[in-house]
Design a protein around this ligand. Structure first.
Ligand code: AMP
Ligand code: MG
Length: 390
């Protein structure tokens, strides 16, 4: 439902250096053959292999072919050029003999008998990897390290991508106190915002603002309305349960945010809320309990953000359970796990249950969570479960 309702952000042109994690909205073709010329792959000498076949082992060094220089031309069969990795093959040469197979003295190179000398030895030939005009990157590709190398190789200084979502994380709760501020015994540190921001940053979502609102319906209404004017995605934490001070769903309704769903048959995170504002902005109401907030961010907000930047749905990782686990309630279970190598099963997810959804200390040392279908059911060790990283 999140993927269906989220608005795909408009396209903009951005410079290469800002594109990590963005999704292409254009196709990219090869500017030139790759490699663009017969490329020397070892430091050594270049010769014509015909001379070697005729029995010649000693070659006069006629010059040096360095990377970035136009090709020299070999004129005599008893001559060679010194060549460097990355240089273009000199004309008249067809193979490279690495420096480890040579003895160089008095302006000549003596080639060891054990050298492998045949056409194209130690040459990365022009067009071997791709041809000019070949499709390198399709529309909808998420740009990681190899993709950015391909973009740069295509000679493009900029590319068309979907805009980076402007996100705001809004903590709600009168009990929350900022780290660094004095705190009373009955108050709580405002920790969710930092966990949520970290999970977003680790996925490349960096345009993230922050606010803290009181459990006051009017303040919620006014400030959330203002945030909707300047953000594409609002991520709330707290205030979506059934308590007398859980004003978030009503405040959102009051400012015209359409509720798409409220409550999910899952544990933790059952009170999760999702809606869409009049301008198409997505609003996620995450439960305030820290474990709930984090699993709901990973399970719902992140796929939503990926859809908003035009990415295809990512394949879900699966991981075998490292120990049996019993699920009692008829709810999907998000179970924190630690990845470990087992002698028989390979990499496994070891259950690390928390003491409830408020116990974020038990998450320390875990890698993410698995998703187990509703109980009652006993899942054996080795059961393949969907796995989500923090
Ligand atoms: P709520 O969903 O507002 O009822 O909050 C549920 C529990 O989560 C309460 O114990 C809150 O104090 C706690 N909580 C809510 N927001 C945060 C936050 N930003 N950081 C840490 N704990 C929070
Ligand atoms: Mg609250």
């Amino acid at each position: 439902m999140v993927r269906e309702r989220i608005k795909v952000l408009p396209v903009e042109s951005r410079p290469l250096a800002s594109l990590a994690g963005a999704v292409l909205s254009q196709a990219v073709r090869a500017e030139r053959d790759q490699p663009p010329f017969d490329r020397v792959t070892m430091d050594g000498i270049a010769i014509s292999s015909a001379s070697w076949r005729e029995g010649r082992r000693r070659f006069a060094i006629g010059g040096t072919q360095a990377a970035g220089r136009p090709p020299l031309r070999l004129e005599a069969a008893d001559a060679c050029f010194e060549v460097m990795t990355g240089a273009v093959m000199p004309a008249g040469c067809d193979c490279v003999i690495p420096v480890e197979r040579l003895h160089i003295a008095d302006g000549s190179a003596e080639v060891n008998d054990d050298a492998v000398v045949e056409p194209f030895a130690n040459v990365h030939t022009r067009g071997l990897d791709c041809r000019e005009g070949d499709m390198l990157l399709a529309r909808g590709t998420r740009l990681g390290a190899p993709e950015l190398a391909a973009l740069a190789s295509a000679g493009l200084p900029r590319a068309d991508v979907h805009a980076d979502p402007r996100i705001i994380i809004v903590a709600t709760g009168d009990e929350l106190v900022e780290p660094g501020e004095p705190i009373e015994g009955w108050q709580i540190r405002r920790s969710n915002s930092y966990a949520l921001r970290a999970a977003l940053a680790l996925r490349g979502f960096l345009r993230v603002a922050d606010d803290h609102l009181p459990d006051d319906p009017l303040a919620l209404r006014d400030r959330l309305a203002a945030h909707l004017d300047t953000h594409d995605v609002v991520v709330l934490s707290g205030g979506v349960s059934m308590g007398r001070f859980d004003h978030v769903p009503q405040a959102l309704r009051d400012i015209g945010v359409e509720e798409v769903f409220h409550k999910v048959a899952q544990r933790p995170g059952k009170p999760m809320w999702f809606g869409v504002a009049r301008g198409g902005q997505a609003v996620f109401g995450l439960p305030g309990n820290p474990v709930s907030a984090l699993v709901c961010l990973v399970r719902y907000v992140v796929p939503g953000l990926l859809a908003a930047i035009g990415a295809r749905p990512a394949a879900v990782e699966s991981m075998p359970l490292g120990a049996p686990y019993r699920v009692q309630p008829p709810l999907s279970l998000f179970l924190p796990v630690q990845l470990e190598r087992s002698p028989t099963l390979g990499l496994v997810a070891l259950p690390k249950p928390t003491r409830g959804s408020g116990d974020f200390i038990s998450l320390l040392g875990t890698d993410g969570f698995v998703e187990l279908p509703p109980g009652p059911a006993d899942y054996p060790a080795g059961y393949l479960a969907a796995f989500h990283r923090w």
